[in-house]
Ligand binder design. Structure first.
Ligand code: AMP
Length: 523
């Protein structure tokens, strides 16, 4: 089995990563602890594992369960944290058992000098777990797998493994054959063994992958390189310290470039601690009560989801107040759509935008958190077609311009707000659903102002009489039906975000097969 450890323990993993008991020099030892001859190995089994070098330093990690593999590169942001490279092994010393802790104290097993420091916990996966494999993409939908594998320049054989959408606990293999993406279900026998074709079974998915890298054996193509993970997650905080102490010194920030002006003030691209790019929202002095702001920010800081803009920190001790968040390279979705105007962005991408927003909103829904100002101007666009919901909760504490005033002292963006919220101040997840329908309209019209030619009062009058915006040009009929569902008069009859996310994720599955040219073996 060449470099694998099969001869010792039947494990097909490269032997530098194996922990079976063995007396062989330079390989794998000791049941309770692991010994790593060359820990700076790439965990990808597509590459020849490094040969154990007899003279190489032997590092011991006391408990293999505390060893993690870095999934992405990370560059330290403060003196207390630890830089690492994708594939590097890290022993977690502290914090791993703390619930919700975004940062763990860890030691790199990749160098002679025991480098220690804090690491973002969403950048690592347990050593030897399937999550640590470079080809494992977790809960990625079939459509998203196709999107990632059909990236320009992808070579035949590039593949990924994902959790099956339909069968819990099962996996699917998606592979690009040079023309299109094929999907295979990986099934499990009662014995626990895995297979694609029953005639050849494997003790684990890693062994299955290794086999099909050698022999296509019925697959459309021999497996090649794992698909590149383009979407690197953002750590949930600026650093370990700012998890709790997120009132930060404004001198640690440099305002570099003005990105735009919003209702609350200017937004800047900035740098924190000379290491970390951030967005800095500067708030117009007097636009809210500091106490109200801090109370709301406390809640916003706790909301964590890949499709929500992460609030990192605030500078609230003096004016102007700064809100420091994740930086999104392509600015607001409204601007992004208007700049495109239909030249490059097509319906598949538009539905994908809507599905990503619905995913972020489904999380807010699960937390019973009402956004109150969902609109294309409050969705931000990042690299690789990532869309995230921003500014949730801010209308609760700020005064908004260009709005209608139904209740004294309260202003609302009328064209996005549900009738019951406008008239009776009844804000709920269901009023957010109404706004989502309007956001869908904005997406399908490339950022056009909703209800063109009508002012706020006219819109309200017409809505009362049952008027709804017409189907935008080039909008698939089923998508328009979703908009109409969101605009049902009775809030209870509107869908949930969970349903919307599911409908949009699967949109083209039911809408038309013609959007896909890939053969489908598995979902
Ligand atoms: P806002 O005050 O939220 O309406 O933001 C005004 C403008 O600043 C937006 O339209 C975006 O172009 C830009 N902007 C706001 N937040 C960010 C961010 N986190 N990353 C990048 N650009 C942003």
């Amino acid at each position: 089995m060449g470099n694998s450890c099969q001869k010792h323990c039947g494990n097909l993993r490269p032997y530098v990563l194996c922990c079976c008991p063995s007396e062989e020099k330079g390989t794998c030892y000791v049941t309770e602890s692991i010994v790593i001859s060359n820990p700076m190995v790439n965990t990808s089994i597509s590459q020849q594992p490094s040969q154990p070098v007899a003279s190489a330093p032997v590092l011991r990690a006391s408990l293999s369960s505390r060893v993690y593999v870095a999934l992405y590169d990370y560059q330290a942001r403060t003196a207390e944290d630890l830089s690492f490279k994708a594939g590097e092994l890290l022993e977690v010393l502290n914090g791993e058992d703390t619930q919700h802790s975004g940062w763990w104290h860890a030691r790199s097993l990749g160098s002679l000098h025991k480098r220690e420091g804090y690491i973002p916990s969403n950048f690592v996966a347990p050593y030897k777990s399937i999550e640590a494999e470079p080809w494992f993409f977790g809960e990625v939908k079939r459509v998203d797998a196709e999107k990632q594998l059909m990236y320009p320049g992808t070579e035949a054989g590039v593949f990924l493994i994902r959790e099956s959408e339909t069968q819990r606990g099962e996996y699917s293999l998606s592979v690009f054959d040079g023309m299109s993406v094929k999907h295979y279900r990986i099934k499990q026998l009662d014995t626990g063994d895995y297979f694609v074709a029953r005639k050849k079974t494997f003790p684990d998915v890693t062994a299955l992958v290794e086999y099909y890298k050698r022999y296509p054996d019925g697959l459309c193509v021999r497996l090649g390189q794992p698909c590149e993970k383009k979407e690197v997650p953002a750590p949930f905080d600026l650093s370990y310290k700012t998890q709790d102490e997120w009132e930060i010194d404004r001198n640690s920030l440099k305002l570099l470039k003005k990105l735009g002006s919003g209702q609350f003030g200017d937004v800047w691209e900035g740098m924190w601690n000379n290491t970390t790019p951030v967005a800095i929202k500067t708030l117009k002095p007097g636009s809210m009560e500091r106490r109200d702001f801090l109370r709301e920010a406390q809640t916003m800081k706790k909301l964590r989801h890949p499709k929500l803009i992460q609030l990192y920190a605030v500078c609230s001790l003096e004016d102007p107040i700064y809100i420091i968040t994740e930086l999104m390279r392509h600015g607001s979705l409204q601007q992004y759509l208007q700049n495109d105007g239909g030249t490059a962005i097509k319906v598949q991408q538009q539905v994908d935008m809507a599905a990503q927003v619905a995913a972020g909103m489904a999380y807010l829904e699960s937390q019973n958190y009402v956004h109150r100002d969902l609109a294309a101007r409050n969705v931000l666009v990042g690299e690789h077609n990532v869309y995230k919901v921003a500014d949730f909760g801010l209308t609760r504490i700020f005064q908004v311009e260009n709005v209608y005033e139904p209740v004294a002292g309260m202003k609302l963006p009328i064209k996005w707000t549900a009738p019951e919220a406008l008239q009776f101040n009844k804000f709920s997840v269901k009023s957010d659903i109404w706004s989502f329908g309007v956001l869908l309209y904005e997406i399908m019209t490339y950022g056009r102002m909703p209800y063109p030619g009508l002012n706020g009062a006219q819109v309200l009058q017409k809505l009362e009489k049952g008027y709804r915006m017409p189907q935008p040009p080039d909008c698939p009929p089923n998508l328009y039906l979703i908009m109409l569902d969101c605009w049902k008069k009775s809030p209870e009859e509107r869908p949930t975000f969970e349903t919307l996310q599911w409908q949009l994720d699967d949109f083209f599955e039911t809408e038309s097969e013609s959007y896909f040219d890939s053969n489908t073996f598995a979902r």
